[in-house]
Design a protein around this ligand. Sequence first.
Ligand SMILES: Nc1nc2c(c(=O)[nH]1)N[C@@H](CNc1ccc(C(=O)N[C@@H](CCC(=O)N[C@@H](CCC(=O)N[C@@H](CCC(=O)O)C(=O)O)C(=O)O)C(=O)O)cc1)CN2
Ligand SMILES: [Zn+2]
Length: 634
Amino acid sequence: MEMTKWFDTNYHYIVPELDPDVKFSYASHKAVNEYKEAKALGVETVPVLVGLVSYLLLSKLAKGVDKSFDLLFLLPKTLPIYKEVIEELKGAGATWIQFDEPLFVMDLEGHKLQAFSAAYAELESTLSGLNVLVETYFADVPAEAYKTLTSLKGVTAFGFDLIRGTKTIDLIKSSFPQGKYLFAGVVDGRNIWANDVAAPLITLQSLEGIVGKDKLVVSTSCSLLHTAVDLVNETKLDAEIKSWGLVGPYYYFFNNPVYPGPRRGGSRLAAAALKGSDHLRATEVSTRLDAPQKKLNLPILPTTTIGSFPQTVELRRVRREYKATKISEEDYVKAIKEEIKKVVDIQEDLDIDVLVHGEPERNDMVEYFGEQLSGFAFTANGWVQSYGSRCVKPPIIYGDVSRPKPMTVFWSSTAQSMTKRPMKGMLTGPVTILNWSFVRNDQPRHETCYQIALAIKDEVEDLEKGGIGVIQIDEAALREGLPLRKAEHSFYLDWAVHSFKITNCGVQDSTQIHTHMCCSNFNDIIHSIIDMDADVITIENSRSDEKLLSVFREGVKYGAGIGPGVYDIHSPRIPSTDEIADRINKMLAVLEQNILWVNPDCGLKTRKYTEVKPALKNMVHAAKLIRSQLASAK
Ligand SMILES: Nc1nc2c(c(=O)[nH]1)N[C@@H](CNc1ccc(C(=O)N[C@@H](CCC(=O)N[C@@H](CCC(=O)N[C@@H](CCC(=O)O)C(=O)O)C(=O)O)C(=O)O)cc1)CN2
Ligand SMILES: [Zn+2]
């Protein structure tokens, strides 16, 4: 099944696949059991369920089902199950139930809104006797949807994200159903800063006048899944911040909305100057594509990987011991060099065309860069779930961003010195660094993004000077940051694409710029992706049933290099040569052979060598097989 991002967060969920004949039954009693568990400990909780309309709207049609089938037709099948769960919760003593219906913040057609009305009307009698909260989050609720929401039968409380949904407040002020509760999400659930008490207080006071004191509930803007848990164990101070003589960063981070320390005016001014300007490569894409090839001399269907190789237990131990100063810098560098050599040798043995160094020196593709840029701070324990048991520790951007010195040049040129094949430099792009960090909230996100872009630009140019002729700038989170509502898309895409272009507008034609994206639906922003003007783009593709290819089937023109992933890296399963060859053939049906690259969906860091080696071997075999078929067809 497809794994995709939960709205605009870095959290992933598995997308349910439903067909008209699906039979639902009440399988897991988790919600009830957990309610009872807390109750037994003397804690009365509000059980939270995914709202039944959002559940269906976030699902997708199973393979082979006629596209005209409307998943909302399944409501009569899911309703009885929800009724069973509600009855059981009531029986266990629950007095409140929360349904998360985040779909309310999206641009919804009328029939979808009607489905909400119909579904809750159907539940009304089962819900009677309970307080029922319908919670929305991540954006404001559009006017039509607000009307539907606040008229739902059986519902006694409505929740809104008043941080990201700045317009909802006007709707509430113009009408709010009498006698119902308002859950006012005034505490940011997506960031780590302490609440700025003054502004929400004014909001709350004005809302109190509308709904009444006894019906106003102070709440977070969304679930707290996306932020760090606690400060108590954060004892280490960032060295730079320490040198500024503060009491402790968290005193500031969590009690002031804005860090009051010194600012490096230079990067502010430079970033401000970028507004409204253009950053283009010197030569137009179709004309410059041959220039790198003259140096690289790659076969058709060149093979490459996305960057990371397995993060082994041993590698993590080395990093941990170095961090704890248990091993010397010299020993650390030696260990990482050995790992790079191992990764280079493996790729040469496999006969991969464009190599990577494997990213062994990186804890995470964002945190690693944050650690080397100014303006960032780090938690020791601020883990946030990304998917399954995988977590990230988003860095905190509190000040102006700048790059004191080269960040990756040493490792990339060391790796290049180990091989005659091209070694791809590997960077994380500005939009991804921004979207996967906790950001300062005293200036617009795009200004912070431009500052990061300028820092990455310096790195790109230093890599080029250091003899790296292929540079990948990952923008894995570009799609994720897309605002949920269409009206806001173009503003975001403008500055996000612009930020990416800034990073590499200064390179020579002969330097090949790659970018990489994963885990999301690109079809709706394909024109912006093309507009990024990279020479090669590698995109996750295999797990979403090659949805990506359909845009090219439908006639979108693309002439630069493209590598739609040929296998899923989230699974330990080893893809066979045949299956990969099959995938490549499907791609060749819609993309010219001279622009197609062969690569996995994403980095290999979460995999084991026992999986990676055979999988890549099959990948290279498949590419060679098709190359020879194409050659003999000539
Ligand atoms: N930021 C970010 N978002 C992303 C991705 C990504 O790579 N980065 N990839 C996509 C998929 N999401 C992913 C998110 C995390 C991981 C991942 O592998 N995370 C690692 C942790 C990465 C890390 O920071 N590791 C550090 C430190 C880990 C640590 O503190 N470990 C403790 C616990 C014990 C241990 O395992 O060693 C310790 O060392 O004491 C290191 O290795 O240096 C994990 O969950 O295991 C993979 C994919 C989308 N979003
Ligand atoms: Zn990826």
